[in-house]
Design a protein around this ligand. Structure first.
Ligand code: ANZ
Length: 916
């Protein structure tokens, strides 16, 4: 009996598609274009996870559906193969990273093919391909060659940077140093997150609670010279351009919070001898707020310049440049002890609101520019060196952290705002000095500003600070420049050379590798392991790699490598033209295919990857290399797939097997005793929990179509949902039924069932078909795959109950099923007598009129009282309705007196009026 057997059907169709290059996209779109992109995977050693196929199936459905609508679809796949995961795996298994990476890619490729995704495999790429990272290096050189013109809000070629005359006068190396200070890629001494266990520095984003995100190893702060990318220059554009994107609001907000735009003022407090304060003020009066003359001043950033009169102490961060000069002899010992104590803490720990505030007095005072008052200067780690100016004025009456600190160290608290009448606060607590007020109100204790509202005060005081030369409006971002170097082997080498002098010491002059000399390939290294010290492993490369000589000058290659994020910043551009050897992408093709119309991937990339890629894209846009301002027009984040639901008894400990549980409404109870409600939870899949589902096994036991269908049927794409093997088995049952609906189960040969006929469908069958087409079309347009599948199930339920199944109804069903379960659909299509793949068959159309039921049930009233219901064909006219109603066997006996009138509303009701 020819049962549905995915194990034979699926590989057959996969090789058919491959042989016939069914899904190769055209070089240039021929009709309406659709670029659908998946977040490409890291080919880790453990193979594909069931989380991957969730987004990949969703995009695959969209692509298959869109091809049937006649669109030109670009749907590529590749591998994000540089970086820590690949390298860690290589170290663990003691194979060179390139070998293990290629091995892992093989596994991933096999698994992706086994799921029948309609990628154009001719476009496959890996970020570790030398021909790929050649262009990653080329883009780095674009960044290196670009400065950001603030007035134009645009990246421009470095040779267009205006050079001040005094620099010009000093000579070429001064000019070159000056340029280096403005490049989007620059070297800088940074306090970095050094992770000895991973042997590399990590970006702030890769560290949480003082531990590495990857591996949970301790991270310390050490100063190191690093490559940085000036992403902060693009902060405003990254924020503003979110508006035009078709992304979920939640993701936009995450991006915008990460950028963290804050507006306020910078204010200078005089820290020289108090008797010179007036002189200083007079000197500042009327001058443009000095940018660089920080003599004898402590510059702070505040979002509330309107609280200047309430500043009762100042705080500088432990790393602030003025720590040494402001610390008096008497306080030296205490300050040193404090600095030692805070050095090990991470930024997050320092900002943790729950931790008690710590700090130490420097012994010095600052003078408040608005009222000449002397204010003590403290050092405290709740102020971060890396934000604003690394120094604050503290206003304990109106800031929570300052309030706690003032309480802890008995510092003065001076309120400068009367809360608004409707402010939601504990006035009692406020009056007794046990709370601070952070809202808006009416100014008090602020001299001439008393009585102003917060907004008025801010505006006025900023104007006054400007005219007195002591401050100015300022904007700050939480976003930091991107720390772009890693001390690892398995990453893109930087295409940068450091000039050496005759003694072999760096002169400080940098030289970009010429574009025609790219790629800079990784040298062959036997020992690529990190060694726990911050010198990169590439420092152990052979001399002929490490020390090139150009025009008689000896250079040392940059030995840091780029972070894993680099390759994924532009892979979507390379997919458009993956084999181009003269440009990173052909401009004509780029204009034709960009932007990406739909990008689907995990929410864990909501911030960093997307922000980095958008930044690179904007630089490429400014430099004329791409035509769109944004890369990803529409973005959807798939929800997480959790492990199977686990059940525990009310004691919270005893586990109960799923077979002993039943669902009662919204809760789970014991089958044996439904009065016992059990606790249900699904956990993130992890090796340690033992709840990881392996896609290979699911495909082996149920087939790829069942896996695809199940992942889409679990629930809405964007929601997190628990895995259930029973669920997989359920959708497999549906495919079995669909198979039996079309294939003859009793014949030895593989033939269509005798129920498949050339009859004209009945009106009812037509309605079922057209309703299904309409609903599935609508659902696919809205990425609502679970409901589309439910509709297909209803269709099968209906047609398994009839014994004649018109081909003209069954064939469109197979087409509707095909984006979701392509292998079985191709096989059924072939059995129905078609020789070609269905991949480019036109998508079935529905007739709106046929999407409503053919028959309607309408009430028949006598003198306004319902007496019967009649079933009539939809649209039956008044005369016909009247006839049917008057002749109905239930109505006739009730017509005891003459009918005076009938009121008929087609499809709605009949009312017969008789003489009473
Ligand atoms: C005085 C003040 C009074 C402040 C008040 C707030 C409320 P955003 O930009 O919104 O995060 N601040 C400034 N630099 C800091 C640093 N390096 N580390 C820690 N805190 C810093 O918040 C800016 C506010 O955070 C600034 O405004 C400053 O405190 C503090 F009623 O200045 B405010």
């Amino acid at each position: 009996m020819p049962r549905y057997n995915p194990a034979t059907i699926e590989p057959t169709w996969q090789s058919y598609w491959e042989r016939n290059k069914t899904f190769v996209s055209p070089e240039m779109p021929t009709g309406e274009k659709l670029y659908v992109l998946d977040m490409f995977p890291y080919p880790s050693g453990s193979g594909l996870h069931v989380g991957h196929p969730e987004g990949y199936t969703a995009t695959d459905i969209v692509c298959r559906y869109s091809r049937m609508l006649g669109k030109s679809v670009l749907h590529p796949m590749g591998f994000d193969s540089f970086g820590l995961p690949a390298e860690e795996y290589a170290i663990k298994t003691n194979t060179p990273p390139r070998e293990s990476t290629e091995q892992n890619i093989k596994t991933f490729r096999r698994q992706l093919r086994m799921l029948g995704f309609s990628y154009d495999w001719d476009r496959e790429l890996a970020t570790t391909d030398v021909e790929y990272f050649r262009w990653t290096q080329w883009i780095f050189l674009v960044l290196f060659d670009t400065w950001f013109d603030v007035s134009q809000q645009k990246g421009r070629p470095i040779y267009e940077l205006p050079i001040p005359d005094d620099i010009k006068a000093t000579g070429n190396s001064a000019i070159s140093n000056y340029r280096d200070r403005f490049r989007l890629a620059y070297l800088s001494d940074e306090l970095v997150n050094w992770c000895p266990a991973l042997g590399t520095v990590l970006a702030n984003e890769e560290v949480s609670d003082g531990k590495s995100e990857r591996g949970d190893h301790p991270v310390h702060r050490i100063p190191l010279r690093q490559w940085m990318l000036r992403i902060t220059a693009y902060a405003d554009r990254l924020e503003n351009d979110l508006v035009e994107l078709d992304w979920a609001d939640g993701i936009k907000k995450l991006q915008s919070d990460w950028i963290g735009r804050s507006t306020g003022a910078e204010v200078d407090f005089f820290v020289g001898p108090v008797d010179q304060f007036e002189k200083w003020k007079a000197h500042r009066q009327g001058s443009v707020f000095p940018l660089d003359t920080l003599d004898q001043v402590l510059r702070i950033y505040t979002t509330r310049p309107d609280t200047l009169f309430g500043a009762t102490y100042m705080v500088i961060s432990p790393e602030h440049a003025l720590v040494a000069s402001l610390t008096t002899n008497g306080q030296q010992v205490a300050v040193d002890a404090y600095l030692a104590q805070t050095a090990a803490k991470s930024d997050r720990e320092r900002l943790d609101a729950k931790k008690a505030k710590t700090g130490v007095f420097t012994g010095s005072f600052a003078t408040n520019p608005v009222n000449g008052e002397q204010i003590p200067i403290w050092i405290a780690d709740y102020v971060l060196a890396s934000y604003g100016t690394g120094a604050i004025m503290a206003v304990p009456a109106h800031d929570e952290r300052d309030f706690e600190f003032a309480k802890a160290f008995s510092l003065a608290i001076v309120p400068v705002y009367q809360p608004t009448d409707n402010a939601d606060i504990d006035r009692q607590k406020l009056a007794t000095g046990n709370a601070c007020y952070c809202g808006e109100g009416t100014a008090i204790n602020s001299g001439a500003y008393d009585g102003l509202s917060t907004d008025e005060f801010k505006e006025k005081i900023i104007a006054d600070l400007v005219s007195s030369g002591t401050g100015r409006a300022a904007v700050n971002y939480k976003l930091r420049d991107w720390l772009f170097s890693r001390q690892r082997f398995w990453g893109e080498p930087f295409p940068i050379l450091h000039e050496l002098d005759d003694e072999g010491k760096p002169t400080g002059v940098l030289r970009a590798v010429e574009a025609d000399q790219l790629p800079v390939d990784l040298p062959h290294l036997r020992d690529f392991k990190p060694h726990g010290r911050p010198e990169p492993p590439l420092g152990k490369a052979p001399d002929d790699w490490l020390y090139p000589v150009i025009d008689g000058v000896r250079y040392k290659r940059e030995t840091n490598t780029m972070p894993q994020w680099a390759g994924s910043c532009w892979y979507y551009l390379r997919f458009i033209d993956p084999r181009n050897s003269v440009a990173f992408v052909d401009p004509k093709k780029e204009r034709a295919w960009m932007p990406v119309d739909l990008y689907i991937g995990g929410a864990e990339h909501a911030v960093l990857h997307l922000l980095y890629a958008r930044f690179w894209h904007k630089v490429l846009f400014d430099r004329g290399h791409v035509s769109t301002r944004e890369p990803f027009q529409r973005l959807v984040n798939q929800g997480m797939i959790l492990g199977e639901m686990e059940f525990t008894m009310p004691d919270g400990e005893t586990k109960v097997p799923a077979e002993e549980i039943e669902k009662l409404g919204e809760v789970f109870v014991l089958k044996a005793d439904p009065s016992v409600r059990v606790d249900s939870r699904a956990h993130k899949m992890s090796k340690s929990r033992g709840n990881v589902v392996n896609p290979d096994e699911v495909v082996r036991d149920y087939g790829a179509d069942s896996l695809r269908l199940y992942e889409m049927f679990m629930g809405p794409l964007e929601q997190s949902k628990p895995w259930s093997m029973n669920g997989v088995s359920g959708v497999r049952g549906f495919l079995d039924r669909a198979w039996r609906m079309i294939v003859d189960s009793f014949s030895e040969e593989m033939t269509v069932s005798p129920s498949i006929c050339d009859d004209r469908p009945t009106p009812e069958q037509l309605v079922v078909l057209h309703k299904t087409i309409k609903a599935v079309t609508h659902d696919l347009d809205h990425l609502s795959f679970n409901t589309a599948i439910a509709r297909l199930m209803e269709f099968v339920n209906f047609f398994t109950r009839v014994d004649r199944r018109p081909r003209s109804v069954i064939e469109p069903f197979v087409l509707l099923l095909s984006p979701m379960a392509p292998h079985i659909a191709e096989e059924l299509w072939k059995l129905l007598g078609h020789e070609q793949t269905l991949a480019y068959e036109p998508w079935p159309k529905f007739n709106e009129q046929l999407t409503v039921d053919a028959m309607v049930e309408i009430p028949v009233q006598i003198n306004g009282k319902i007496r019967a219901k009649i079933e009539v064909p939809r649209g039956t006219d008044k005369a016909e309705l009247e006839k049917i109603a008057l002749n109905d066997e239930r109505i006739k006996p009730l017509l005891v007196s003459p009918v005076t009138r009938t009121i008929c509303v087609p499809d709605r009701m009949v009312n017969i009026v008789i003489k009473s």
